[in-house]
Design a protein around this ligand. Structure first.
Ligand code: CMP
Length: 141
């Protein structure tokens, strides 16, 4: 079983589609093992997206992700990291296959509705940044 970090970004929260996006995730048999709404602060966002520090869009990215509330979650499923990336689609919603979250709810490459970890290693890092190391839950049958 793999855990991965999933963010519903400010554009999707403002569009009032949190429930619809979580429904897509649950329909694909992901278990929600952590869930909360928060406004990510600039320091945390800069650490979270440190890998993009040198990119031309870095400041824009930090401004956007900290602009309003996000809904962050930890999802669990077999091969969860790659399975969630499949469900999320491409970075650019217009290039995302039909049926993906970004195709349904994304607007452009920045307002692309959601973020999903791209590797098991990054999932652990991202979960630790946004939820801390101590706060762990299990899905109870
Ligand atoms: P995300 O999966 O959250 O990871 C990094 C984010 O950077 C990505 O989604 C996009 O929203 C954003 N991003 C990537 N490329 C660009 C770009 N060219 N312009 C603006 N934002 C971008």
């Amino acid at each position: 079983m793999e855990r991965t970090l999933f963010i519903i970004k400010p554009d999707a929260v403002k569009r009032n589609v949190v429930g619809k996006i979580l429904e897509m995730v649950e329909d694909e048999e992901f278990k929600i093992v952590q869930l909360k709404m928060l406004r990510i602060d600039i320091k945390t966002a800069s650490n979270f997206y440190a890998i993009h520090k040198e990119k031309s869009f870095f400041n824009e990215l930090i401004n956007f992700i900290t602009s309003s509330n996000c809904v962050i979650s930890v999802l669990e499923k077999e091969n969860g990291v790659s399975e969630l990336r499949k469900l999320v689609g491409e970075t650019d919603p217009l290039k995302s296959p039909p049926g993906t979250i970004r195709r349904y709810y994304g607007t452009d490459i920045q307002k692309n509705a959601v973020h999903a970890s791209d590797s098991i290693e990054n999932a652990e890092r991202e979960i630790s940044i946004l939820f801390g190391d101590k706060e762990t839950y299990s899905f109870l049958e």
